[in-house]
Design a protein around this ligand. Structure first.
Ligand SMILES: Cc1cc2nc3c(=O)[nH]c(=O)nc-3n(C[C@H](O)[C@H](O)[C@H](O)COP(=O)(O)OP(=O)(O)OC[C@H]3O[C@@H](n4cnc5c(N)ncnc54)[C@H](O)[C@@H]3O)c2cc1C
Ligand SMILES: *[C@@H]1O[C@H](CO)[C@@H](O)[C@H](O)[C@H]1NC(C)=O
Ligand SMILES: *[C@@H]1O[C@H](CO)[C@@H](O)[C@H](O)[C@H]1NC(C)=O
Ligand SMILES: *[C@@H]1O[C@H](CO)[C@@H](O)[C@H](O)[C@H]1NC(C)=O
Length: 441
């Protein structure tokens, strides 16, 4: 025992990062962990991982993340996670109308997969409709005009909502306490000391209660900036849209086993969820931010209800994607439309670090998932454990450290993350796409 294990730990957020942290710390013998979440159940409606599926793709342009994802995949294959993992393959293409930038990105992903000895064996080249039908005959009626790319049989998806529930239950069994709903809705972190030399002492909730802890770990996803305002523009609350198509039992059964199907210029969809027969479809785009004009910082809207829609352009792209692949679904109603908020950084790197200006190793920020964090769900908590146990108290992975302030010329509204090569399209303001409030003329 290093003595750390008896520390009392408060984890704010029971999303992908917070639950993984609680799990790994509890398994490592930390015995006084409390997780607070403003959602009244797991998954919380405010979690980006409150969803029926997320892509698990191992190939990254940056081998650092490829290697990490391969570690995560090993963990996805262990008993706690395996029931939620589906290795359906990832059909990664562009359509014939894709802009140059989308084609270039696709090619970089393919090159990355081919450079990796383990992934290389799972790559199947896709040059046109016949190749696609050899892996997904279900798209027979789709024109698939100009589609090309590759299939990676190593990849697949996870049922993110169910995986969160499984880890939540494992945490409960390990003695982790949960405060959910109003009593878990954290409004501020409490400190002792002075503004420049302060120590986190706990949290205060909307219900007015204070909880003390030796260590506070903020894992609040897109809401990180509200609790740790020092973040400034380092983290940008950003969203992408998603919706479902409701299928009949027969339609869903026929689509069982299809790969995650992704056209970089249009969007992607997944195997339907068994039981509900919901097929999730997402458009590709630069996403939406919600910049506070006074501060230049983007925050997620205050209520989940405000995000229950899909911008018209996105819907068009989803329908086009379906028209290319499964045309009989292209005109179906899209239901469960939503904008899903995540914490974006300009370089897509996560942040796993102590908050500068706080003493006593009392405040850790776990954020910056940048829309690609769910695949890491089984291993995120290991990174936090390493940080807590680091002798020098420093994050040894440089790219996960607290980031330097952004240079002025890059800090403009809407500039964030546009240059991350795998995102196509410009980022727009939420205000410019949100539907007018109901009941008002
Ligand atoms: C549309 C979309 C598609 C995505 N697709 C993929 C994908 O294909 N593959 C992939 O790997 N990743 C994907 N992601 C990203 C993935 O969902 C996130 O990386 C992951 O959920 C981040 O985990 P988190 O714990 O940081 O945040 P979240 O999962 O959002 O959890 C944050 C938690 O904090 C809680 N919280 C917030 N504020 C407070 C407060 N004040 N007090 C208490 N609790 C609070 C929330 O209720 C929530 O439960 C996608 C994200 C989106 C939006
Ligand atoms: C856990 O920590 C809290 C806050 O420090 C403390 O009040 C509580 O007694 C501790 N519980 C146990 C079981 O040690
Ligand atoms: C999706 O919509 C259906 C039908 O309206 C509803 O029953 C279901 O709860 C919704 N599911 C999700 C995950 O939002
Ligand atoms: C953005 O991308 C372009 C093209 O890849 C590159 O030349 C430029 O330096 C990048 N800008 C920043 C700020 O990274």
């Amino acid at each position: 025992m290093s003595g750390l294990e008896s520390k009392s730990i408060l984890v704010v957020g029971a999303g992908a990062f917070g639950l993984s942290t609680a799990l790994h710390l509890a398994q490592a013998g930390y015995s006084n962990i409390t997780v607070l979440d403003k959602g009244s159940q797991v998954p919380s409606p405010y979690s980006a991982a409150n969803d029926i599926n997320k892509i698990l793709r191992a190939e990254y342009e940056d081998p650092f993340y490829t290697d990490l994802t391969k570690k995560a995949f090993d963990a996805w294959k262990t008993p706690l996670f395996a029931p939620h993992f589906r290795q359906t393959g990832f059909l990664h293409c562009v359509s014939g109308e894709a802009p140059e930038r989308a084609v270039a990105t696709l090619n970089r992903f393919r090159a990355a997969a081919e450079q990796d000895a383990e992934l290389r064996k799972q790559i199947v080249p896709i040059n046109g409709k016949d190749d696609i039908l050899a892996t997904a005959w279900q798209y027979r009626e789709g024109p698939l005009t100009g589609w090309h790319g590759y299939l990676n049989r190593y990849d697949g998806y996870a049922h993110s909502g169910n995986a969160l529930i499984a880890v939540f239950q494992a945490c409960v069994a390990l003695g982790v306490r949960f405060l959910l709903g109003e009593k878990g809705d954290v409004t501020e972190i409490t400190y002792s000391g002075t503004a420049t030399n302060k120590r986190a002492t706990g949290v205060k909730t909307r219900a007015g209660h204070r909880h003390t802890g030796d260590l506070v770990i903020v894992a609040a996803g897109a809401a990180a900036g509200r609790l740790v305002p020092e973040l400034g523009q380092q983290v940008v609350a950003k969203s992408w849209s998603a919706a479902h198509v409701k299928l009949t039992d027969a339609e869903a059964a026929a689509l069982r086993g299809i790969p995650v199907t992704y056209a970089r210029d249009l969007g992607f969809f997944f195997e339907p969820e068994p039981g509900t027969n919901l097929l999730k479809v997402c458009p590709m785009g630069g996403g939406y931010i919600n910049t506070d004009p006074r501060t230049g910082v983007s925050h997620a809207p205050a209520t989940a209800d405000e995000s229950r829609f899909m911008p018209a352009e996105d819907e068009k792209r989803c329908r086009k994607l379906l028209a290319h692949t499964l045309p009989s679904l292209a005109e179906r109603p899209l239901i469960n439309k939503t904008l899903c908020w995540f914490a974006d950084t300009s370089d897509s790197d996560f942040i796993v670090d102590y908050v500068p200006g706080t003493t006593g190793r009392s405040l850790v920020l776990l954020s910056g998932d940048s829309g690609h964090g769910f695949k890491m769900f089984p291993i995120v908590g290991e990174w936090v454990k390493s940080l807590l146990q680091a002798k020098d108290g420093k994050q040894s992975v440089e790219r996960w450290r607290w980031k330097q302030p952004v240079p002025k010329e890059d800090s403009g509204k809407g500039n964030w993350g546009d240059n991350v090569s795998w995102r196509l399209g410009n980022t727009e303001e939420f205000e410019s796409v949100r539907p007018p409030p109901k009941g008002k003329l």
